[in-house]
Design a protein around this ligand. Structure first.
Ligand SMILES: C[S@@+](CC[C@H](N)C(=O)[O-])C[C@H]1O[C@@H](n2cnc3c(N)ncnc32)[C@H](O)[C@@H]1O
Length: 409
């Protein structure tokens, strides 16, 4: 068969495959995500003219496919019964401390008490902050941006939306269609680490891109292709020279996200909480395999191709490119802090309480333990960073707030 005919045949077969998978999945009672996603991705690969898809496409479908993506699933994702904890699931003292910081920044730096949260998940942080603002009788506006319909539905169940002070959008673009500018505080927690990335590797002194294809047994597998000039230029400009054999992720989402944020924000502060590495840290031999990984019931999954749609997929944020691209787009960098240092500065220790009860599960003991988790040791205390950027505001007062106590960065 000539190659043009083979291409037409393969495309037809792939179309039929996707059609059959959709209808089979919708007609029988199978565990949908498991079955569908791997076959769907295989079909996308067969259908592509190159015979592979890049990692960012794979991650996008595995996490955000509108029906069968991981974040659309009805299973528990967050907290003890889910796949991973985020800070709001440890204890409300996290959001209380952040509420203190946000309200202080707003009043000291003359910003409206307007908060825009990116990637709010099921809205645990938003709910806690809103309750706290209500309790303090403050006038505020809270805008939630959450891509997953399933998670937005969870949020609707908990918080009354639709009135002026709590609004919800499925994407930043949607908010930007609704309003051209924003003044206030943009907050996110573990939003960047959940974005699709490409993967590159230094093989024998050459940069290659790692992509995904289907092997002879029908399993998803990696293949390397020549790296585009665009990626090479990006690496030269923003990143590091990878060591022989080293893998790393390319945050292809950053330019448009930073551009949108900078266009939207007229005056205010961007607080980005996440785990990540500086370029210096990326040079450490421990970073040899990059940072892309999955989470399934609180366990790390090294092979993220194995269970697409069923597991979380995440990577460490590249902080230097995030900061540099922000500066190029007009966002000033005020500092990047270890989460424990930031939380101490923001006043978390004032929530410690004296407790004489012998009941170790009393509310006070639980709160004190949570504070220790945020302040001491590995994990929530020092694995996370807090990046603070500003635009259009006099940041002198903010800097004072961030350096109130001696010993803080
Ligand atoms: C790791 S979860 C963190 C959820 C929450 N911030 C927390 O700390 O519990 C990442 C969230 O970001 C959302 N998300 C990812 N990309 C998004 C985008 N482009 N627009 C809006 N939400 C997005 C995901 O659906 C998911 O709910």
């Amino acid at each position: 068969m000539c190659s043009a005919l083979m291409l037409v045949r393969d495309k037809l077969l792939a179309d039929i495959n996707i059609y059959v998978i959709f209808h089979y999945v919708n007609s029988v009672n199978v565990k949908k995500g498991d079955f569908f996603m791997k076959n769907f991705i295989s079909s996308l690969i067969h259908q592509s003219k190159e015979g592979y898809i890049p990692y960012d496409r794979f991650i996008y479908e595995a996490l955000y496919h509108p029906e069968f993506g991981y974040y659309q699933s009805k299973k528990n994702i967050f907290g003890k019964k889910g796949d991973f904890y985020t800070s709001s699931y440890v204890h409300p003292v996290f959001s209380q401390t952040l509420t203190d910081f946000i309200t202080e920044v707003a009043s000291t730096c003359n910003l409206p008490l307007q908060i825009c949260e990116l990637g709010a998940g099921e809205g645990r942080f938003a709910e806690q902050v809103i309750l706290e603002l209500e309790r303090r009788n403050l006038t505020y506006q809270y805008i939630v941006i959450e891509k997953s319909q399933q998670l937005r539905d969870q949020f609707y169940k908990r918080i009354e939306t639709g009135h002026d002070h709590v609004q919800m959008f499925s994407a930043l673009d949607e908010l930007m269609d609704h309003q051209h500018s924003f003044e206030g505080i943009v907050f996110s927690n573990e939003f960047l680490d959940a974005q699709p990335v490409k993967v590159i590797q230094n093989k024998g002194g050459e940069l290659v891109e790692l992509v995904i294809m289907v092997d002879s047994r029908g399993e998803l597998t990696e293949q390397s292709i020549a790296c585009s000039e665009e990626i090479k230029n990006w690496v030269t400009h923003y990143f590091i020279d990878l060591a022989e054999g080293q893998r790393a992720e390319i945050p292809v989402y950053m330019p448009s996200l930073i551009g949108d944020l900078s266009r939207l924000l007229q005056k205010g502060i961007i607080i980005t909480v996440d785990y990540g590495y500086s370029n210096q840290e990326w040079k450490h031999p421990a970073r040899k395999n990059g940072s892309l990984r999955g989470y399934d019931h609180h366990r790390i999954v090294e092979d993220i191709l194995h269970k697409p749609g069923e597991i979380d997929i995440t990577h460490h944020v590249q902080w230097d490119p995030w900061i540099a691209m922000g500066q190029e787009a007009g966002l000033n960098i005020e500092g990047i802090y270890k989460q424990n240092e930031f939380l101490i500065q923001a006043g978390m220790l004032t929530y410690l309480q004296e407790e004489s009860s012998l009941d170790l599960f009393s509310e006070k003991h639980q709160q004190n333990r949570a504070i220790r988790t945020f302040i001491q040791g590995e994990g929530f205390a020092n694995m996370f960073d807090v990046c603070i950027q500003t635009k259009g505001m006099e940041a002198k007062k903010l800097r004072k707030l961030l350096t109130k106590k001696p010993g803080f960065m």
